[in-house]
Structures are given as structure tokens and as C-alpha cells.
Design a protein around this ligand. Sequence first.
Ligand code: SF4
Length: 341
Amino acid sequence: MQNSTIRHDWTLAEIEAIYHQPLMHLLYQAQTIHRSQFNPNEVQAASLLSIQTGSCPEDCSYCPQSVHHQTDVEPEKMMDLDAVIAAAKKAKAMGATRFCMGSAVRKPTNRQLDAIIPMIHAVKALNLETCLTTGMLTETQAARLKVAELDYYNHNLDTSPEYYPEIITTRTYEDRLDTLATVQKAGLKVCCGGILGLGESLADRLSFLQQLTQLNPHPQSVPINQLIPTEGTPLANQEAVDPIEFVRVVATARILMPGAYIRLSGWRKVLSSETQTLCFFAGANSIFIGETLLTRKNSLPEEDQVLFNKLGLQLEMSPKYTEDVHRSIPTPITLSATTVS
Ligand code: SF4
């Protein structure tokens, strides 16, 4: 492979060609690019805490925290600072290097940010990276978070622009892109990904990946979720994603965004050990650890440990986002089923 650079102009035809290669070619390319940027035997561990739960006015069809759906989630007001610190210490003791805080709102009030900023300071004082998700931000709010030394702001695109109105009607894709632009303008790193299994087509998945690549810089963190169908939500009866299709999306994301941490997020607990292994080989290098993900169960820590031992994987000790490093990237060449390489 020759060397190439980070690209923001991938066409859908190019992305399709990468995705549809024979799986062995796709995995080989993704792994080659992955190991040019990261240690292939290390996986970053992040932890996710819901600091304010439920009663969200948005109507995301997949989310049990939406006020529009009747689910078992009990609304909880903003957590105390001490409780957040205790959770962050526990996450660090388990090996997390990033601590993500989620607040279920359409957009935060300035008073809510007043409560969140001391949490950011306290988590950073534990020498953990910080990530926050709390909906749409104004420029002033994003600047406040930058001054507070927040590392990452999470704002997911979820799916393609074409399919988005089927999933959420209380905001638009443009709203999402506007907040991402505001966050990047403030100098914060972006965590932005999506969910597979919402009923979207393959074309939607590829269009969603293209949208991510058009962010400049690329999101430094890309969570790839599998839907957690939750009783009481409109998507309660969705079928699970085909595991090989899931792996193909991960591999394609790795090839398109060489420097990003690609995270296996929601519903990792239902991915078999073998599927997770293929995802790691395809370039996934971040997971959420801990027993809960916002309001849902996550993989058990002891199960993760067993898998990591079998694979010889280790948790990454310190973050290495690679855009800052500027390593050369092998050029992906799409290969046909009969190409001998
Ligand atoms: S904005 Fe977030 S918390 Fe609110 S309904 Fe959507 S996914 Fe759930």
C-alpha cells in the first residue's frame, strides 16, 4: 500500500466499493490502517454515567429517556458532585481513561452548565479525559466548556440525513450539524457516531459514514452502537443487526477515519465474543466498561476480562489520538474477489 492522507471528500461510490469488498480484503485493509495508527493490541476503556436522567423533550425513537415514550426509566434530577466523583473514581479503578457524562436534555440551561462545570473539573483532577453530552449548545456555552477544559463533546448523528426524520422529529439533521460545527469552532474534540439497527438501509449506513468523514477534522471518537430495543419505544421490536454487516461498518469506518477511536458502544453485551473479536481486528479500539450504559445494562467486567485474556488485548493506559501525531496512512485500494495481492 502507498501512503495517503486524511480525506473529507469520500464519495458514496468509493465508500460502497470499500464496504462491499470480500470480507478478508476489507479486514486486511482496515487492520493495516489500524496498526499504522494505533497499537493493535490495546483498547481504550471509557465509562459512561447518566448525570441527569429521563424526561427528555426530544422524541428519539430508540431512546427510553424520551418523555414521548412509556418506558421503565425513572426520571432523576442532576446528580450531586460527590456522587459523580465517586463514580469517576470507580471507573478509573476499573481501568477507564475517559469518563463520559450524559444529561438527557434538548439543550442545557446556563444553570445546568453551572452544575456540570465543577464535575468536569473534578473528573479532570482524577487524571481522566472528560466527555459530555447535553444536547444543542450555543457558541457561548461551547466556549465555557472549552475554558473548563472539557476534552470531548458527544453529539451523535445517529444515521443518514435521509433516514433521520424517520427516527427523530423534534430536531433536524441540520441542528445536529450546527452544534457539531459550534463544538469544533470552540476547539473541543468531537465524539460523534451512530446506531445500527434502526430499520435503516445499507445506503443509509454508508451515507451516515460519509457524513462523519465530511466533518473537518474527523470526529476524534466514533461510537458505533447497535440498537438496544427497549419496551415502550417505537423501535422495541427491531431485529438485531447481522454481525458481519456490523463488522463491515466498523472496518469501513476505520478505513475512512484512520485516526479516530472507533468505539463499540450500546448493546456490545449481545455481540458474541467472536463478533467482538472481528470488530477489534477491523479497527475498533475503544469500549465502554462498567455494568451500565446510561440506563441500560452493559457487558459484565468479568466477561470483558476473559475475552481480553483470550485475545491478548490490554487496556490502553493513556489516550493517543493520532491526528496530533501525523503518522502516514496506507492508501486503501479496493480489491475484487479475484485479486491476488
Ligand atoms: S436527546 Fe438524548 S436523551 Fe433525549 S430522547 Fe434523544 S437520545 Fe434520549
